[in-house]
Design a protein around this ligand. Structure first.
Ligand SMILES: *[C@@H]1O[C@H](CO)[C@@H](O)[C@H](O)[C@H]1NC(C)=O
Ligand SMILES: *[C@@H]1O[C@H](CO)[C@@H](O)[C@H](O)[C@H]1NC(C)=O
Ligand SMILES: *[C@@H]1O[C@H](CO)[C@@H](O)[C@H](O)[C@H]1NC(C)=O
Ligand SMILES: *[C@@H]1O[C@H](CO)[C@@H](O)[C@H](O)[C@H]1NC(C)=O
Ligand SMILES: *[C@@H]1O[C@H](CO)[C@@H](O)[C@H](O)[C@H]1NC(C)=O
Ligand SMILES: *[C@@H]1O[C@H](CO)[C@@H](O)[C@H](O)[C@H]1NC(C)=O
Ligand SMILES: *[C@@H]1O[C@H](CO)[C@@H](O)[C@H](O)[C@H]1NC(C)=O
Ligand SMILES: *[C@@H]1O[C@H](CO)[C@@H](O)[C@H](O)[C@H]1NC(C)=O
Length: 627
């Protein structure tokens, strides 16, 4: 009987090998994914009792902080074990956006208004409560009042609870236990973790940021664009975001302007400067001004007081992350296209410059392979394919409106043409070149999670823990770049000039994704977010600086010692490349990136399983809606 069953299954597997999935196969996957995602939303708030129960806020979808241990089997076991539930708005906002888009642009079921509104309400707790006026400046974690300083701080409740727990634990007992059961390696690692916990605790005290701010704006625009389908959720969002000029004003105020001579904003994180300098040197030599969206809503004037209130940009100096920039472009573009704000926003020359320059910079990074340093350019969001998809989202909405003659501002045409050429050129080329074949009719994509382990014979093994996610993102990047939504037919259409290779890649990757997404063979993991520090080569102290001073302006002595704390160390203005090259040599700065698996350091990353499921839902449901 068993043999028969086995043969039967084998026979089926054989048939399915030769068939691309029919629309009905995909449609069943889409429905199952939709239900899976719905089951991963917290429908009530739960109080923490770590490590047994983590705080979960109503409306959020699960995401977890993990540590990227990799190497031998002890290390990979630790990677599976370590997991702290995290309440951040980024994952929830994206999952909500994808649900709406999969319904609108694809063939996915319609999420209920309640499902969407619960998340919108959760997100509202992330607003900057320290400002005395209505605003939509958002932080990654909920804002909770600090009794001591009387300021609201962005607070990762579960991580803090975990740190509290480590303070009251008798580690001698734990270590003895681990040693006794033969886990001495684990003991050593725990000791190291505990020794560095103060550092981690400090980098958790972060200011609001332009990523969450832009993602929230993007979500509001999407709801506005779909007000017919989600009238209550849209009204809930707009009711709580009544002063959107707060976003545009802050973007302008905190923009990185290296050539402005304004010491509040002309200085940047040393790692940003390393990857950005080719773009900056080119602009400077062509006598072009530069203004770019930054990550943190904090400048070098603010930090001098906020630092002491527990609101602090890690490293004190702002940076530019191209993923944040991509989301800012989407937020600005779609706030206007959806009618949330008027195109007046772009008639403001300061905002217009920020919009145009940020887009030009993104194109430059796509065309130059991120200046060879994706690890620095994608400062907090290590996935290249996620970044591509974020960029393509702006482009496709501009095309959609341009086709019906509704682009409200000339600057938008410039952005559309610039992004379009980078996406259809280098981006597409890069995605295609990264394809991996499985058999002759399936394609998948890997990033880095789970591909850095060795087995007991020291042979490398690939677990492809982010394979599902990365494949879905590659499909989303290609579909979003090469199709446009037709409002009249409610279908997606390939552009006439779409290369056959793009269509077959999407077809084969969809077949792979549909086969494996719910098969249990691969982890549905991702590294959708991470600390900026990801091991060797990602520390700000490794790169040249031409400004190194205490908050009071006194120069930090160059006495060979390392100085920490109330210090501003960054790159001011734009320097000559010759000077920079000399400094690289003097500082022994790490020039090349070899991959996160090529070094032994472990670092925190954020994983959200529902996010993997929803990006797959989007990929599969839009694929079946292409006409
Ligand atoms: C596993 O790797 C860790 C970290 O590199 C190391 O400390 C430990 O000794 C290794 N264990 C074995 C059994 O090789
Ligand atoms: C951590 O411990 C401190 C002091 O014991 C306490 O005030 C705080 O509420 C605790 N925080 C969390 C998140 O449990
Ligand atoms: C921790 O446990 C060890 C061994 O049982 C004991 O000797 C020590 O006093 C304990 N430490 C504290 C702070 O309770
Ligand atoms: C809106 O935000 C701006 C700051 O950008 C602020 O000056 C203004 O007072 C806010 N308006 C309201 C009604 O709170
Ligand atoms: C930035 O935008 C301004 C205003 O449009 C423009 O004059 C300048 O050349 C742009 N800079 C770059 C580097 O493209
Ligand atoms: C980007 O495309 C251009 C034109 O095809 C090519 O010359 C350049 O090498 C590409 N850049 C990268 C990083 O592949
Ligand atoms: C892009 O940069 C990465 C990381 O530095 C490098 O491994 C890769 O070979 C580069 N690709 C191209 C096409 O230059
Ligand atoms: C500036 O701050 C540093 C570090 O706190 C201190 O050593 C120095 O004396 C201060 N300088 C002045 C002029 O106050």
């Amino acid at each position: 009987m068993a043999t028969k069953l086995f043969m039967f299954v084998g026979f089926f597997a054989l048939i399915s090998c030769f068939k691309t999935p029919s629309t009905s196969d995909i449609s069943e996957t889409v429905h199952r994914l939709f239900e899976t995602i719905r089951g991963m939303q917290a429908t009530k708030t739960m109080l923490p009792d770590p490590p047994l129960e983590w705080a979960k806020f109503k409306g959020n979808y699960e995401s977890d902080v993990k540590l990227y241990f990799h190497g031998n089997s002890t290390m990979s076991a630790l990677r599976y074990m370590f997991k702290v539930y995290d309440n951040n708005m980024f994952a929830t906002a994206w999952i909500t956006s994808c649900l709406v888009e999969a319904y609108r642009y694809g063939n996915a079921p319609k999420p209920t208004e309640d499902q969407i509104t619960m998340s919108v309400d959760a997100i509202m707790d992330h607003r900057n409560k320290n400002l005395k006026y209505e605003n939509s400046i958002m932080a990654f974690w909920p804002q909770i009042l600090d009794e001591e300083f009387k300021v609201y701080q962005s607070t990762p409740v579960n991580l803090l609870a975990m740190f509290n727990l480590t303070q009251t634990t008798n580690w001698t007992v734990v270590y003895e236990l681990f040693d006794k059961i033969g886990l001495h390696d684990v003991t050593e690692i725990m000791k190291h973790l505990l020794a560095t916990r103060e550092g981690y605790q400090h980098v958790f005290k972060i200011p609001p940021d332009f990523d969450d701010t832009s993602v929230n704006l993007g979500l509001g625009s999407l709801l506005r664009d779909n007000v017919m389908y989600f009238p209550y959720a849209s009204a809930a969002w707009e009711g709580q975001n009544s002063n959107l000029s707060s976003v545009f004003n802050a973007m302008k105020h905190y923009a990185y302007r290296p050539l402005s001579g304004d010491r509040r904003v002309n200085t940047i994180d040393t790692r940003t400067y390393f990857y950005m300098r080719k773009f900056l040197e080119k602009a400077a030599s062509e006598k072009k001004d530069v203004s770019l969206v930054t990550t943190w809503v904090q400048d070098l004037a603010d930090v001098k007081t906020q630092y002491f209130q527990g609101i602090d940009t890690p490293g004190n100096v702002n940076n530019v992350d191209i993923t944040v920039c991509a989301n800012a472009l989407f937020g600005i573009t779609n706030a206007i296209l959806s009618g949330l704000v008027t195109s007046e926003v772009l008639y403001d020359p300061v905002l217009q410059q920020l919009y145009l320059n940020t887009s030009t910079m993104i194109e430059f990074q796509i065309q130059t392979n991120f200046s060879g340093r994706p690890d620095l350019a994608l400062t907090y969001y290590p996935s290249v394919f996620e970044f591509y998809w974020f960029v393509a989202r702006t482009y496709t909405q501009l095309e959609r409106k341009a086709r019906i003659g509704e682009l409200p501002h000339e600057a938008m045409r410039t952005v559309m043409e610039g992004l379009g050429s980078a996406l259809k050129g280098n981006m597409t080329q890069h995605v295609i070149s990264q394809s991996k074949m499985e058999g002759s009719d399936m394609i998948y994509y890997d990033d880095f999670l789970g591909d850095g382990d060795i087995d007991n014979n020291k042979k490398p093994v690939e677990f492809g823990e982010d394979r599902l996610w990365t494949t879905s993102m590659a499909i989303n990047a290609l579909i979003t770049t090469w199709t446009v939504y037709n409002d009249a037919t409610q279908k997606l259409n390939w552009y006439d000039d779409t290369p056959t290779e793009v269509k077959t890649t999407v077809q084969k990757a969809t077949t792979w994704l549909n086969t494996y997404i719910l098969s249990g063979k691969y982890q549905p993991w991702n590294a959708f977010f991470s600390g900026s520090f990801k091991g060797f080569g990602t520390s700000w102290s490794s790169y040249p600086a031409n400004r190194d001073e205490y908050f009071n302006g006194t120069k930090v002595p160059h006495d060979g010692k390392r100085h920490y704390g109330e210090i501003i160390r960054g790159m001011e203005g734009v320097m000559e490349e010759d000077w920079y090259q000399q400094q690289i040599k003097l500082d022994h700065a790490p020039v090349d990136f070899h991959g996160y698996n090529k070094q032994s350091d472990f670092f925190p990353f954020w994983n959200s399983e529902p996010y993997t499921y929803v990006t797959s839902l989007l990929a599969l449901s839009t694929f079946t809606n292409i006409e």
